[in-house]
Design a protein around this ligand. Structure first.
Ligand code: HAM
Length: 414
């Protein structure tokens, strides 16, 4: 039978077997965030469109082509969040968090939406988890957030991970550099791809990302921002590298590293995984020292990252074992239904996973079902009030004390 409706293109259902791996990733992240003091903050799934236009930047692909934008009944333009940093900064300003002790350290997890061309590792609804450290420009914060992501990927066992590090300098330095880069691109306009040529003045940095041969030739001789860092920017970048060295975090400095959002200043970084194809980045981020002010708050330096849960899952490429059940309460006689239900509830209260038959199966069918769901032990309630305990691994069965069934189940293996 052909399904009448399907999940929209670029989206997917998280089936129970896939949910387990996700839950494990989220739990590992939650523990790492909690241990480092990054408190959870949840923002709405949609925001005023202007937040992303101002925050993420009008020249970015995200804002130009990838937003799911709609009008509400009051004629306001809303957008399904394509990323989490602008909303977090909006919340920081809205709730006056600049008055708290700085920095404010926050974390989040949830769905995000971009109208991209779907492929492995790239979806229209995907899930990010992220950390933001708002209110300090100390290189210690850069090193701390990078280490959080490094720890998470390490703890989860993501193979083949490499950290790439770059710096864009302060807002002023970045501006001066962009002028230099634009001049270089204009001088070689004839050799550039059409797309890059058209965007020289809008977003020249993206030229580093181009897969066009001619453009790549031009970029090989382009000035890089890492090489032109000066003064405090150069010192800041050196301090971040020193802290990472001291912590034993391996990285490569990539002078051509660019990111698809406009708000970055100074440190940027990307964790790539060689197990992933074209969409090789599992997570990344950087400093955004101008964003809070851009959104109407006081001048506030900040840094953070986000990682894609689907990309982590793809990189891990493992099947999670089904969870199984501690107990199944079977009945040899219809009259035992209530007793079975009450016993299952008691077992659950005692902390065990326990199920009963909800489909009216005969005893044989119940045992088959218990086996199917991976129940380790089955209690069989007999018509005369007695009970049998069956170990599903060994197949052994013995009489159980009907007055003490919960104890029998919780008190060690039979
Ligand atoms: P981003 O690089 O756009 O940064 O996204 C972060 C991560 O989300 C990527 O590394 C990738 O793993 C995942 N991701 C992005 N787009 C998709 C997609 N279409 N399908 C599946 N996964 C995807 C940000 O969003 C910034 N807010 C990160 C940040 C936080 N910077 C500072 N603080």
């Amino acid at each position: 039978m052909a399904a009448r409706y399907q999940a929209p293109r670029g989206t997917f259902d998280v089936l129970p077997e896939a949910a387990r791996g996700r839950a494990r990733i989220e739990a590992a992240a939650a523990a790492i965030f909690a241990r480092a003091g990054y408190e959870p903050l949840a923002t709405p799934v949609f925001e005023d469109t202007e937040l992303f236009e101002r925050g993420v930047g009008k020249s970015t692909d995200i804002v130009r082509k990838e937003m799911f934008t709609f009008e509400d009944k009051g004629g306001r333009s809303l957008t399904l969040r394509p990323e989490g940093t602008a909303p977090i900064c909006r919340a920081y300003v809205e709730h006056g968090m600049h008055k708290l002790a700085q920095p404010v350290k926050l974390s989040y997890v949830g769905p995000f939406f971009r109208h991209e061309r779907p492929q492995a590792g790239r979806y229209r609804q995907f899930h990010q988890l992220g950390a933001e450290c708002i209110g300090t420009d100390s290189p210690l914060a850069d090193a701390e957030v990078i280490m959080l992501l490094s720890d998470l990927l390490g703890e989860l066992g993501v193979p083949g991970v490499e950290l790439r590090l770059g710096s864009l300098g302060s807002l002023e330095a970045r501006r001066a550099y962009l002028e230099q880069l634009k001049a270089h691109l204009h001088a070689h306009e004839g050799e550039l791809s059409k797309d890059v040529r058209e965007r020289i003045d809008i977003n020249p940095l993206r030229a580093f990302d181009s897969d066009d041969k001619g453009t790549q030739g031009v970029m090989a001789s382009a000035p890089t921002i890492v090489d032109s860092l000066e003064g405090e920017d150069a010192e800041h970048f050196a301090a971040v590298r020193e802290l990472l060295d001291a912590a034993g975090i391996a990285y490569t400095v990539d002078p051509t590293l660019v990111r698809g959002l406009d708000y970055y200043t100074r440190t940027i970084f990307s964790f790539v995984c060689d197990q992933l194809g074209a969409q090789s980045e599992v997570g990344g981020g950087g400093r955004y020292d101008g964003l809070v002010e851009q959104l109407g708050g006081p001048a506030t330096p900040a840094i953070g990252w986000a990682a894609g849960i689907e990309r982590i899952l793809l990189a891990l490429d493992e099947e999670d074992e089904p969870a199984g059940r501690d107990a199944f309460v079977a009945i040899a006689d219809e009259g035992q239904r209530q007793r079975a239900m009450a016993l299952a509830v008691e077992l659950r209260h005692a902390g065990l996973s326990a199920e009963i038959d909800l489909a009216g199966r005969a005893l044989k069918g119940q045992l088959k079902h218990a086996n199917r769901i991976g129940a380790r032990r089955v209690l069989i309630l007999e018509a005369d009030g007695s009970a049998q305990l069956r170990d599903m691994d060994s197949g052994e069965q013995r009489a159980a004390d009907p007055g003490n069934l919960v104890d029998e189940m919780t008190g060690g293996e039979s």
